[in-house]
Ligand binder design. Structure first.
Ligand code: SF4
Length: 181
């Protein structure tokens, strides 16, 4: 083997090692998130900032779930809340996942049968059934009503009584409902 062939062989070996390392790292990242098997076709977490937001113009909705997984013929939205430790999903998170399921249906043309909500220690498989779809549509309609005609003429009502949320909220500077100065 001459020097050129040797260098080429080393280069190929290096590429194979790199591919192996990248594959292992991807598996570790997936294990860390608790994601099930399936091809990740879009992601909005950490190093995976690719994929465009999904649009549902007739509902005035735009958004991007943390992941979209292709599982068989379905595209499954995945939302990851790594700091939550609850054993049952928060209602707000269920609605958010339902909104992502609606976006997948409207933008990609196929209704996902379920969505995945990952907390720190649990992954919830939430059926995208008619009840969830109705609740999401009702919430969107209520939001549109509030935005068009605020009940007290001063913006939509605050949905919580948690000063901490206000303290770290990016809208606090111009929000008239903030619980902290
Ligand atoms: S500052 Fe306003 S928008 Fe932000 S969390 Fe508080 S009430 Fe909501």
């Amino acid at each position: 083997m001459n020097a050129t062939q040797g260098a080429l062989l080393l280069g190929v070996a290096g590429l194979l090692a790199l591919a192996l390392w990248l594959g292992r790292r991807a598996s570790a990242e997936r294990a860390a998130t608790g994601l099930p098997q399936g091809e990740i076709i879009a992601a909005d977490m950490g190093a995976w900032e690719e994929g465009q937001p999904l649009h549902a113009p007739r509902y005035g909705l735009v958004g991007k779930p943390d992941y979209l997984l292709r599982v068989g013929r379905h595209v499954i939205p995945v939302e990851v809340k790594p700091s939550r430790r609850a054993t049952t999903p928060y209602e707000a998170d269920v609605m958010q996942l339902g909104a992502y399921a609606l976006l997948v249906e409207e933008d990609l043309g196929a209704r996902p049968p379920y969505g995945l909500l990952r907390y720190r220690e649990h992954t919830f498989r939430l059926p995208n059934d008619d009840a969830l779809r109705r609740a999401v549509l009702a919430t969107l309609a209520a939001m549109r009503r509030d935005l068009a005609a605020p009940p007290d003429g001063d913006g939509p009502p605050r949905s919580h009584d948690e000063p901490t949320r206000c303290r770290f909220c990016g809208h606090r500077a111009h929000c008239t409902k903030s619980l902290v100065d």
